[in-house]
Design a binder for this molecule. Structure first.
Ligand code: UDX
Ligand code: UDX
Length: 467
């Protein structure tokens, strides 16, 4: 089966870049990305392509090449479903904030909504591809809805989880370690798997296309994220031991990372992992384990989250302690708000939680992030509901210049590892700060020797002078 027309529901961080790359690499396929959010679609279609709603290195060029040739963005969901032979579901699946499974389970209402809409509209056979991260066995629910609401046509459900990391999404899509495609072990299921594999084969070696059953594919995504997050929580746990013992976390990470069985990636101590996936997926895994009565398994994975929350809190509390046990009325400059560099995404960013704790201590925070909008920043804080929106605006300011952020500040806290933070004129910054001038490097990216020479009192995670 040769696919000529694809639709993707959800024009977000995953759907947008993934479809742009498919369109670029498969000029013979028409790709339509649809979204309920009219503003988002308008932004994707805007005449100035540099203003597309998602910032990812390399994405603008790809969208500029493919847009309105074979890549389209639209709000007409029904029409796109009708035309497509293959439909990707790439809507968000947030952690439930209500009812049973609250705080753990993935909220699948958008997925169900998509399935119902497809069932209603589709008049011909379709292949449905789960792109969103989903709990294992979600495909069964989608299949069930489709066969009970559909117009008697055939639906094949595939699981094709994305492994792209924000900030390097384009590179991950162009040169993936592997592409995972899960499908039914029936002739029709295998035909659908092949149809999707043929699309990826336009630019990816066949041996990197792994095919599995649907359940293995769904669970592999959760497993990959759980293992990655676990490495960060493990190294962060060791960072505190280093601070107490005089060992140095960077040296320890290098020492263990050169063991080829362990490997060097994902061993950077930090103020805690963020992003839309890690926490959500692990909570989801914990929920699945509990629902099967596997409480030891659930507790084991939950500890990864507990450790992450602890690391954020510990970082914030250390700022208060170091600034003579009070930050009330003191200006603290935040470098970075995004959950990592090279993205404007802030979901679950450690910065939000560190700020919240410091605001509780009545600190005056001034944030500078190269890509995050002021509107987003306040929305993140307001979402926590710790204090009123007016109060958040009064206590926290957003500026567009790092030197303005640090002027007369008592401390700088580095929350995101943006490269530009390493390049500033720290002599100039130091001169204009309160003394002693503290820097809390939550990403261990700054040149310690240089900053100390200037006169800064530098605190880096996992080093004995952090405390
Ligand atoms: C993705 C995956 O879908 C999620 O499962 C994964 O764990 C994280 O990454 P992402 O692309 O980052 O989500 O989410 P987001 O940027 O919020 O995009 C989802 C889009 O779907 C939004 O633009 C939203 O408006 C749209 N949407 C949502 C619909 O068009 N229809 C719906 O019913 C729900
Ligand atoms: C992750 C997975 O990597 C990706 O495969 C999956 O599809 C989606 O979830 P993403 O959330 O975009 O991607 O970013 P990632 O690079 O994995 O970073 C997650 C968080 O961990 C960030 O806050 C990052 O700063 C932090 N991190 C990462 C560390 O604190 N230390 C490290 O060594 C690596």
């Amino acid at each position: 089966m040769k696919i000529r027309n694809i639709c993707c529901i959800g024009a977000g961080y995953v759907g947008g870049p993934t479809m742009a790359v498919i369109a670029l690499k498969c000029p013979g396929i028409k790709v339509t990305v649809v979204d309920l959010n009219k503003k988002r679609i308008e932004a994707w279609n805007g005449s100035d392509v540099s203003k597309i709603p998602i910032f990812e290195p390399g994405l603008v060029d790809i969208v500029a090449k493919a847009r309105n040739k074979n890549l389209f963005f639209s709000t007409d969901v029904d029409n796109a479903i009708r035309e497509a032979e293959m439909i990707f579901i790439s809507v968000n699946t947030p952690t439930k904030t209500y009812g049973s499974g609250k705080g753990y389970a993935a909220d699948l209402k958008y997925i169900e909504g998509c399935a119902r809409q497809i069932g209603k509209v589709a008049k011909g056979d379709k292949i449905i591809v789960e792109k969103s991260t989903l709990p294992v066995r979600t495909a069964e629910a989608i299949q069930n809805i489709l066969s009970n609401t559909g117009n008697g046509v055939d639906f094949q459900i595939l699981s094709n989880p994305e492994f792209l990391a924000e900030g390097s999404a384009v590179d991950n899509l162009l040169h993936p370690d592997r592409v995972l495609i899960g499908g039914d072990d029936t002739p029709k299921g295998q035909e659908a798997v092949q149809a999707l594999a043929d699309i990826y084969a336009n630019w990816i070696d066949r041996e990197k296309l792994l095919t599995t059953n649907v359940w293995s594919s769904e669970l592999s995504k959760l497993t990959a994220n759980a293992f990655l997050a676990q490495r960060i929580s493990s190294i962060n746990a060791m960072s505190e031991i280093c601070e107490q013992t005089g060992a140095d976390i960077t040296e320890v990470a290098r020492a263990i990372g050169s063991d080829s069985r362990i490997g060097s990636k994902f061993l950077k101590a930090s103020v805690g992992f963020g992003g839309s996936c890690f926490q959500k997926d692990i909570l989801n895994l914990v929920y699945i384990a509990r629902s099967y009565g596997l409480s030891e398994v659930a507790d084991y994975w939950e500890q990864v989250i507990i450790m992450n929350n602890y690391q954020r809190t510990r970082f914030a509390k250390n700022i208060v302690k170091t600034l003579y046990n009070t930050v009330s009325g003191k200006k603290i400059a935040f470098f970075g708000w995004a959950f990592k560099k090279d993205t404007n995404d802030t979901r679950e960013s450690a910065a939000i939680y560190v700020a919240d704790l410091l605001l509780e201590e009545q600190a005056q925070i001034t944030v500078y992030d190269p890509k995050v909008t002021t509107e987003q920043l306040y929305a993140d804080l307001d979402y926590l509901n710790t204090r009123s929106s007016e109060e958040n605006q009064r206590l926290l300011k957003v500026v567009h210049d790092p030197y303005e952020a640090t002027e007369a500040a008592h401390a700088i806290a580095v929350l995101t590892e943006w490269n530009e933070f390493k390049e500033y004129d720290y002599q100039d910054i130091y001169t204009k700060m309160q003394k002693p001038a503290f820097v809390f490097d939550g990403r261990n990216i700054l040149d310690g020797e240089k900053l100390r020479k200037i006169g800064f009192c530098l605190k880096q995670l996992g080093k004995s002078d952090f405390l």
